[in-house]
Design a protein around this ligand. Structure first.
Ligand SMILES: Nc1ncnc2c1ncn2[C@@H]1O[C@H](COP(=O)(O)OP(=O)(O)O)[C@@H](O)[C@H]1O
Ligand SMILES: Nc1ccn([C@@H]2O[C@H](COP(=O)(O)OP(=O)(O)O)[C@@H](O)[C@H]2O)c(=O)n1
Length: 238
């Protein structure tokens, strides 16, 4: 009998505690790359909340919703069925059963997503989904977005807020698309930041208890290492 108890306590002592990690920040700061790598390295699930806002925007554009009309967006907000796969090595997203991972990255969706995500009914719906996914991730999860530390998971074990200069972020983003215009990319990015930070309902913001990491002069590997270290410290303390 005592052997069983000892075995269980030994396992509890050595197994890392399940942690909830919130990573927020504006576009191009490295949230997705960092979150996926940290989750994969630490055996945690991963949730890209921006992909969910993109997915609902894509559905609205495909289903005749006038995305310049908040009332129309609000009425349609409950309709699409959005399912996120949380494997950091192969994240997925479907809308009404259809793979949406490619189409949600188009310029059209990117230019409309801030207007859709500002509508309170959309945020309530997507926030519920996010909380349910985090609650179901028994081994822990890294959730990345704009309002995870402030609104979605205010009780997260660790909160990171990534920043970088607009120049660095625009250079990173335009590096992803061959022949893209750096100045236009910067302008679009700054405009989206302003819309996301300026909206009334759960704007892009750093939580008071978040650790801010400026990634402007850091390599992606350095950022990942920094976050892995911060999460490791929390796991030991739990
Ligand atoms: N510290 C970094 N240094 C250089 N490039 C980076 C860094 N972090 C991310 N990147 C690159 O910048 C681009 C945007 O990163 P991403 O993780 O998608 O940012 P976000 O999710 O914050 O929008 C990607 O091409 C990524 O490889
Ligand atoms: N938690 C979140 C995540 C994204 N979003 C919205 O979704 C958009 C797309 O997010 P994203 O993370 O895919 O954007 P990128 O930084 O990858 O370009 C943001 O510009 C916000 O308008 C949000 O409102 N709240």
């Amino acid at each position: 009998m005592s052997t069983t108890v000892e075995t269980v306590s030994a396992a509890a002592r050595t197994a890392p505690a399940a942690v909830i990690v919130a990573i927020d920040g504006p576009s191009g700061t490295g949230k997705s790359s960092t979150s996926k790598a940290v989750a994969a390295q630490l055996g945690l699930s991963y949730l890209d909340t921006g992909a969910q806002y993109r997915a609902i925007t894509w559905w609205m554009l495909n289903n005749g919703v006038d995305v310049s009309d908040p009332a129309e967006i609000a009425t349609a907000a409950a309709k699409p069925v959005i399912v996120s796969g949380t494997d950091p090595l192969a994240p997925t997203i479907t809308v009404d059963g259809e793979d949406a991972s490619g189409p949600i990255r188009t310029q059209e969706v990117t230019s409309k997503v801030s207007a859709v995500s500002a509508v309170p009914e959309v945020r309530t719906r997507i926030t519920e989904l996010q909380r349910a996914i985090a609650a179901g991730a028994e081994g822990g999860i890294v959730v990345e977005g704009r309002d995870i530390g402030t609104t979605v998971l205010p009780g997260a074990d660790i909160k990171i807020f990534l920043t970088a200069s607009p120049e660095a972020r625009a250079a990173r983003r335009s590096g992803e698309v061959k022949g893209s215009d750096l100045a236009a990319t910067r302008e679009a990015l700054v405009k989206r930041d302003a819309a996301d930070s300026g909206r009334k309902t759960s704007p892009l913001a750093k939580a008071a208890d978040a650790v801010e990491v400026d990634t402007t002069e850091l390599t992606l590997s350095q950022v990942i290492e920094c976050v892995v270290t911060l999460v490791g410290e929390k796991q030991v303390a739990k």
